[in-house]
Design a protein around this ligand. Structure first.
Ligand code: GLU
Length: 534
């Protein structure tokens, strides 16, 4: 039975590396018909940030990472928030004291600070470990009477793990293989504090055990904690059911120098968070992929390929395909450089993959305010709601027209927010004309040439569009025949026509544009351009 957990601490927004950890857990769970658990690790109350828990859940939901057991979903191994499990941990700390795997330490913060400073003055680093504990104030050095006395006084104390001396811990990691560490290099970590709160290490191991976690899949930054965790399983006598561990490689900055961190915020020119984060303390807003215009499935695809590949060149995966293909064996050991340009490329690929209808819906949502002002897109019902809230009501014909426009421009856009700059001229006439095109293509005889072209189109002005409308091929044969039979310069006339319709040399095919805006707009745009330019 595969049971995995994503165990974030609500100390702020989830970084994209955290989302990737959640994703890999989720893919692994789904692949093995297992259970995905969301456990909130909030034992460090001093670092609790309001709103972070909701942010985490909203981010996961946006990515389509479904939780089977968690603070919202419930489950038979709950509660799933560590502060709600406070009463559970003390007995486990006591158990370790009784078995000799842990001890009380009474050194005050001031005493330890003083010692640390003294070490620093000698250019050494102090750690509370198998050697120094012999000289400090703890239940190893003090008599039983003294210890009892201190425990009964209101003094603060902590419970520390008693690392065995000079012992080689051998660990297995599913990504890194065998890892060996000697206990001489590890300090005696605090497990429990006299305020009744466990630390991360104790709560994490106890909960993984009680929640019957089969695989711990987490970021590489937790690898240094693995020796202690493995020793804790041993100390509790839980080695037989100890989960398997997999430590995921870091996500590196685009430069490849150093890990992509939360502190990078928006500094590197791209978001490091899945969705916008409003820092409740400073009121600052950090941008998220969602608000930057990324599709959620593109974002998931981007994350999946940071540190994992299936051994082929395939790059585009749906969540189902990822579930099918994902294995921990194919997660790499070395850090994976984040490439923001490639991220945009992914979003573009998803733009192309999605149906024109789907993109049209997003486009209409994003630009309903602009579209409302267009004669071509009329509101059927009056409403006082803000434009974004109330979806724009389009007639079937208007809807088809938007879908068609999207099909013509989407290959030129990476994001929905780029679409307006590629499509505005389908909705409004240009008001300015590119000087360089005029210089290159316009000549005095253009006035007459353009007038003749409008005369060609005029007869279609009065036809019923339901009965007859000019499609791109009709415009093409009509105009091209006219150009060649009059011996006109094809390049110049076509470029000038585009200039009249769009104001520049951008956009999809001239005849496609004509067919969409219709004969009346074609004629009026040509007339306006002639007036302005000549
Ligand atoms: N609470 C830890 C974190 O914030 C969890 C580490 C783990 O998965 O063991 O990432």
């Amino acid at each position: 039975m595969v049971r995995v957990r994503f165990a974030p601490s609500p100390t702020g927004p989830l970084h994209m590396g955290g989302v990737r950890t959640a994703l890999f857990n989720y893919l692994f769970a789904r692949k093995h018909q297992g259970t995905m658990i969301l456990r909130i690790e909030d034992t460090d109350q001093g670092r609790f940030v309001p709103g972070a828990e909701e942010y985490i859940m909203e981010s996961l939901a946006w990515c389509g990472i479904e939780i089977d057991e968690g603070i919202k979903e419930g489950g038979k191994y709950g509660p799933y928030r560590q502060s709600d499990r406070k009463a559970i941990y003390k007995q486990y700390a006591d158990q370790l004291i009784e078995s000799g795997w842990a001890y009380y330490s009474f050194d005050s913060a001031e005493d330890l600070d003083a010692i640390r400073k003294e070490y620093e003055s000698r250019k050494e680093t102090f750690s509370y470990d198998t050697q120094t504990r012999k000289t400090l104030r703890n239940s190893i050095t003090l008599s039983a009477d003294e210890v009892n006395h201190l425990l009964n006084s209101s003094l603060h104390y902590v419970i520390r793990f008693r690392m065995p001396e000079n012992h080689e811990i051998v660990m297995q990691d599913l990504i890194r293989g065998e890892v060996r560490v000697n206990t001489a290099t590890i300090d005696d970590k605090v497990l429990f504090k006299s305020d009744g709160m466990p630390t991360y290490h104790l709560a994490n191991v106890v909960d993984d055990h009680l929640m019957q976690i089969s695989h711990v899949i987490r970021g590489e930054e937790w690898l240094p904690s693995l020796p202690l965790h493995v020793m804790l399983y041993q100390a509790f006598g839980w080695t037989d059911t100890m989960p398997q561990f997999a430590h995921l490689p870091l996500i590196l900055k685009p430069s490849g120098n150093g890990k992509l961190s939360k502190r990078d915020g928006d500094k590197l020119g791209f978001p490091v968070f899945p969705i916008n984060w409003n820092n409740p303390e400073t009121n600052e807003v950090y941008s998220g992929y969602r608000e930057a215009g990324y599709f959620n499935d593109a974002f998931v695809n981007i994350l999946a390929l940071l540190g994992w590949n299936d051994g082929t060149d395939k790059e585009i995966y749906s969540m189902d395909e990822l579930t099918e293909a994902f294995t921990l064996e194919r997660v790499g050991k070395s850090g994976s450089r984040f490439d923001p340009e490639k991220a945009k490329w992914f979003n573009h690929q998803y733009m192309l993959l999605k149906s024109n209808e789907e993109i049209a819906e997003e486009f209409i949502k994003a630009y309903s305010a602009k579209l409302k002002n267009q004669a071509a897109v009329e509101e059927t019902e009056p409403n006082d709601q803000p434009a974004e809230k109330e979806p724009l009501q389009l007639t079937e014909q208007e809807w088809d027209r938007v879908v068609k426009i999207i099909s013509l421009v989407k290959e030129r856009a990476q994001f929905v927010k780029d679409l307006w700059s590629q499509a505005w001229f389908f909705f409004e006439a240009p008001t300015a004309y590119d000087e360089s095109v005029i210089k290159k293509r316009w000549s005095p005889d253009m006035t007459k040439i353009l007038k003749d072209i409008t005369l060609l189109i005029e007869p279609y002005l009065h036809t019923d569009p339901d009965e007859f409308s000019l499609d791109p091929a009709d415009y093409e044969s009509m105009i091209k025949t006219h150009i060649s039979s009059n011996g006109l310069n094809m390049g110049n006339v076509m470029n000038v026509l585009r200039l009249c319709l769009v104001g520049s040399s951008m956009g999809p095919g001239v005849f496609d544009i004509m067919a969409i805006i219709g004969p009346a707009a074609v004629i009026s745009r040509i007339e306006k351009a002639v007036q302005t330019i000549s």
